[in-house]
Write a protein that binds this ligand. Structure first.
Ligand code: SF4
Length: 296
């Protein structure tokens, strides 16, 4: 998953193409075709496609199951800049992945359908999730994350390398504030807001079982509070400051179906953070160990 730097504006020289990736057009997207046999693909050729923010709101609101929500998320085309970017990356590829077929679509949430722990990141990485089609899978931060989940008894394997590799999460679900890989790992505020109804709907589906939300990085932390408020939850004011292992207990009403949710902060296991020692294996294990204890 992406490095959680504060997304404000895009550097002027960021090479976002202003038209579909070469060899592609909106009728023939560059990403994997829904229903073409990709492991864990939740969509079919009949899955409705959101083409703008209004469509996202409508399609999220009337998704009648978590599976249908994931399917609709995975074919969304509501953010033109992000669609161009994810498909551009899927066609141009990193040299070391030239032989790979890139997913090139939004990443739906992944993991347990009735989780007690939700892990919230920023957005997929261009050559990680955008390539493999699974949240946090295929990049160094994901390697760090899955190893920690496994050590804490929250994953069946220490690695997640590709969709269909047998990895399974235990009472855990992975999601992100923004579901498409953004240029420079920086979604624009309008893209964050356009994507928000997908997460809001997911939180409603998960309400009765959810006990803990782990925010990986400051961006996820800041994006979560408005989402909880939109569910009618009284969020703390002023908003609690983000920090590693910061823990906030949020009482919730029967609207959500549980009595309280604990929000845990964690430094993002980005390469920058792990290389510099800002976050270590033991630090991440402490957060997920705490999440597991709270959830049980
Ligand atoms: S970022 Fe979200 S709303 Fe925008 S195209 Fe991707 S899935 Fe759709």
């Amino acid at each position: 998953m992406s490095e959680p730097t504060a997304p404000k504006s895009l550097a002027p020289d960021t090479p976002v193409p202003d038209k579909p990736a070469p060899g592609t057009n909106p009728e023939r997207p560059a990403g994997v075709r829904p229903g073409s046999g990709w492991p864990e693909d939740p969509a079919t050729p009949d899955t409705p496609v959101a083409a703008n923010a209004g469509h996202v709101r409508a399609l999220a609101a009337d998704a009648d199951s978590l599976a249908e929500l994931a399917a609709r998320e995975s074919v969304c085309r509501a953010c033109p800049r992000l669609v161009r970017w994810r498909e551009h990356v899927a066609v141009s590829k990193r040299r070391s992945f030239q032989a790979d077929t890139y997913w090139g679509r939004p990443l739906p949430s992944w993991g347990d359908d009735r989780p007690s722990i939700l892990i919230l990141g920023l957005a997929p990485a261009a050559h990680g999730g955008n390539r493999t089609g699974r949240m946090f899978t295929g990049d160094r931060s994901g390697d760090f994350l899955f190893a920690s989940l496994w050590r804490c008894g929250l994953a069946t394997q220490p690695t997640s390398t590709a969709a269909g590799d047998g990895e399974r999460l235990i009472s855990v679900r992975l999601t992100a504030v923004v579901r498409c890989a953004p240029p420079e790992n920086k979604p624009l505020p309008v893209e964050r807001d356009t994507c928000a109804p997908w997460l809001a709907r997911e939180l409603k589906f998960l309400g009765s079982d959810l006990r803990v939300i782990v925010c990986l990085g400051h961006y996820a932390w800041m994006a979560l509070w408005p989402q909880l408020a939109s569910l009618g939850i009284q969020v703390p004011r002023p908003r609690p400051a983000f920090g590693h292992a910061v823990e906030v207990n949020v009482p919730v009403s029967e609207t959500v179906g549980t009595t309280s949710i604990t929000v845990l902060g964690s430094y993002h296991p980005s390469q920058q953070n792990t290389f510099t020692g800002r976050v270590t294996e033991s630090m991440l294990d402490a957060v997920f160990g705490r999440a597991r204890a709270l959830a049980s």
